[in-house]
Design a protein around this ligand. Structure first.
Ligand code: ADP
Length: 267
């Protein structure tokens, strides 16, 4: 589809928080996302699962605007993320547009990437002060509240090297939330953790899902966790959504042969 055929904005009555519209991503001749269409509604929690190499991480990286797009348009709350309007049509977004749009998206990675020379509290305050322009006092209040929520308030003055992996990941979640994103992305947030601390991170995410009206997209290998907290499971296979359904339906009665095979293999 030509870019001129895409709406400059989505109409108010058809405006999911995230819309992938005919999105194609390739590296050379390797097609990683193949004409992907995916809507995520406001307040919805979607888990993306699938075999290695099926394009799951690429979906997140496109939302983080870490990757260029080869075809299609991504909309955030009805506004194009990957593109911007020029003379009545969409053109590829420039850096300033991406930076503006990125403000509504928070992310947590497998490797938490906390600033090593800052305490837990300073890590959380940095973005709100530097990027959002909050006063230090405001940023501190906000950060302390979030550190409380993730159960890390008594470690607020520790540097990351003094914290366990699970604790670092909880600080990373608080840090992302301190920017008040409308969408949170989680990329395998538990896979670099020791088994005994996975529970504390999944508990924090579970609480987030229950208490906040955030839209969330999570890539995970933990089927039990995905089943527990998601509104919807999307199973990716070779850059396409092979099957998607509510967790109960998806795990107890998968319709597609490939889904059944995958679920047998990960059991
Ligand atoms: P998943 O998260 O499902 O394991 P990815 O989205 O990471 O899959 O990757 C999908 C495919 O894209 C894989 O075949 C991977 O090797 C390829 N790929 C990812 N990033 C790059 C890159 N920067 N250059 C070339 N190929 C890449």
């Amino acid at each position: 589809m030509e870019l001129s055929a895409y709406p400059l904005e989505l109409p108010p009555d058809d405006r999911p928080m995230v819309r992938f519209m005919n999105v194609t991503k390739s590296y050379g001749s390797l097609v990683v996302l193949d004409d992907l269409n995916l809507d995520i509604q406001r307040g919805e929690m979607v888990s993306v699962i699938g075999p290695s190499g099926s394009g799951k991480t690429t979906v997140l990286r496109m939302l983080m605007t870490l990757e260029s797009i080869n075809g299609g348009v991504i909309y955030i709350d009805g506004k194009p993320l990957t593109h911007m309007e020029r003379k009545g049509v969409l053109v590829p977004a420039d850096e300033a547009h991406l930076r503006r749009m990125r403000a509504s998206i928070g992310m947590c990675f497998q490797h938490f990437n906390l600033f090593p020379h800052m305490t837990a509290l300073q890590n959380c305050m940095e973005g709100p002060v530097q990027v959002l322009g909050l006063s230090k006092a405001e940023a501190r209040d906000r950060s302390e509240e979030l550190l409380k929520m993730v159960g890390m308030i008594d470690k607020k003055d520790q540097h990351p090297s003094r914290l366990s992996g699970g604790q670092q990941q909880r600080v990373a979640i608080a840090r992302a939330l301190a920017m008040r994103p409308r969408i949170m992305l989680f990329d395998e947030v538990t896979s670099a953790l020791d088994p005994e601390v996975i529970g504390e991170v999944t508990e924090v995410i579970r609480r987030l899902v229950a208490e906040h009206d955030l839209t969330m997209l999570m890539v995970t290998h933990q089927m039990g966790f995905a089943r527990d907290i998601s509104d919807r499971i999307c199973f990716f296979y070779k850059g396409k959504i092979e099957e998607q359904a509510a967790p109960e339906q998806f795990f107890t009665n998968p319709q597609r042969e490939r889904t059944q095979q995958f679920l047998r293999a990960v059991k």
